[in-house]
Each structure stands twice: as structure tokens, then as C-alpha cells.
Ligand binder design. Structure first.
Ligand SMILES: C[S@@+](CC[C@H](N)C(=O)[O-])C[C@H]1O[C@@H](n2cnc3c(N)ncnc32)[C@H](O)[C@@H]1O
Length: 187
């Protein structure tokens, strides 16, 4: 997908996903995080805010910052999140944001890293590791298909190089993405 100028078909599919699939996929993902409600959450590659809305619903006292490099999708997410006081959408590069070190309790990377050029992945994970709180958790879910995905080992190695260790790993599969890796990391 061209994230800056999605086609009509891509926009229609995204809208259908928002209404039909997201409560099951993104909603369930957020429920499984078992948030207490007061966390500061950073979501890398928030797209149109598919996951951001469930995070915002769950964070009674906390906040969610959705970050996306696409002006198009950041605008869509900003419109959808308007009126929610605990959700902020930032269009930009996580490596260039003035994030306070250790400020994020939870970080989420959901179907994003595999779309980022390989040479940029380490510096992005490094930025996330720096912003992650001492007792924080980084959750990464990515497709592992060779044709469109990345290997679990690469994700593990990127995180290890950033000083993070894998707490949990799960493998699953979806008809839309094929095989998926889900890893939870901490300092
Ligand atoms: C497949 S969408 C996933 C959206 C969302 N995470 C979800 O699960 O519904 C990938 C998103 O990542 C964004 N993206 C790509 N590279 C990025 C980067 N370096 N930093 C932040 N966002 C990025 C794209 O603009 C796009 O909106």
C-alpha cells in the first residue's frame, strides 16, 4: 500500500475493517494487554486509529499517543479520535520526537515493522527501547510470510541489540496476513 496516497479500494477496505473486523482483531489485542487504565501508551504506526480507539476506551486515567509517518492516515486517525481527551495523534518519525527516556509504560507495534525498510528498523527499535519505562512492555506483532513479512528471529535480534529481552512469544495465523509472530519485550 502507498500509505501517503491509498487507492479507493484500500480506503474502502480500511473502512470495512474499522467497522467489521477491528473490534475482533484490534479490540481483542487491546483486551489481551490487560491494561490497568492509567498507563502511558505509545503506538507506532497507528494508521487510521484502528487500535488507538480501543486503547483510548480502555485508558481511563492514562494516555495513548499514536504515531504515524503518513500524513494521510494521521489525519484520518486525528479526525476519528477528535473529542477523546486521552488520545493524541502525531504525524512524524519516532526517532525525531522529543520523547522522554523511560516515559512509556506500554509500546505497541502492530503490523508496522515489516513495512519499514530493513536498514531503518534497528534505529526505530532503539528509539522505542529508550522511551520504554524500566518496567514497561513493548508488544510487537508482525506477519512472518517470506513474500510480505519479516522473521521472528530478526525481530528478536533487533530487540536484543536494543537491550530488550523477550518475555513471551506466540505464533498464530490469520487468513489476511498468513503466519504471525507476537513478542513481548522488556528491559
Ligand atoms: C499496515 S498499517 C497498520 C496500522 C495499524 N497499526 C493497525 O494495526 O491497524 C502500517 C502503518 O504504519 C505506518 N508506518 C510505516 N512506516 C512507519 C514509521 N517509520 N513510523 C511510523 N509509522 C509508520 C504506515 O503509514 C501505516 O499507517
Amino acid at each position: 500500500m502507498d500509505f501517503e496516497q491509498p487507492s479507493l479500494l484500500e480506503r474502502v477496505v480500511e473502512n470495512l475493517t474499522w467497522y467489521v473486523l477491528a473490534p475482533h482483531v484490534h479490540g481483542r489485542f487491546v483486551r489481551n494487554l490487560q491494561l490497568k487504565g492509567g498507563e502511558h501508551v505509545l503506538e507506532l504506526g497507528c494508521g487510521g486509529g484502528m487500535m488507538t480507539r480501543f486503547l483510548s476506551d480502555t485508558l481511563t486515567d492514562g494516555t495513548v499517543a499514536g504515531i504515524d509517518t503518513s500524513r494521510y492516515w494521521a489525519d484520518v486517525a486525528r479526525k476519528r479520535m477528535s473529542g477523546r481527551r486521552n488520545a493524541q495523534i502525531i504525524c512524524g518519525d519516532v526517532r525525531e520526537l522529543p520523547l522522554e527516556p523511560g516515559s512509556q509504560d506500554v509500546e505497541i507495534v502492530h503490523l508496522v515493522l515489516h513495512d519499514i525498510p530493513s536498514v531503518e528498523r534497528q534505529s526505530i527499535i532503539d528509539a522505542l527501547a529508550t522511551a520504554l519505562a524500566g518496567n514497561g512492555r513493548l508488544h510487537i506483532k508482525e506477519p512472518t510470510r517470506e513474500s510480505h513479512g519479516m522473521s521472528a528471529e530478526e525481530i528478536h535480534d533487533l530487540c536484543a541489540c536494543a537491550g530488550l529481552r523477550e518475555l513471551r512469544r506466540e505464533h498464530s495465523s490469520s487468513i489476511f496476513t498468513g503466519p504471525l509472530y507476537y513478542g513481548v519485550y522488556c528491559h
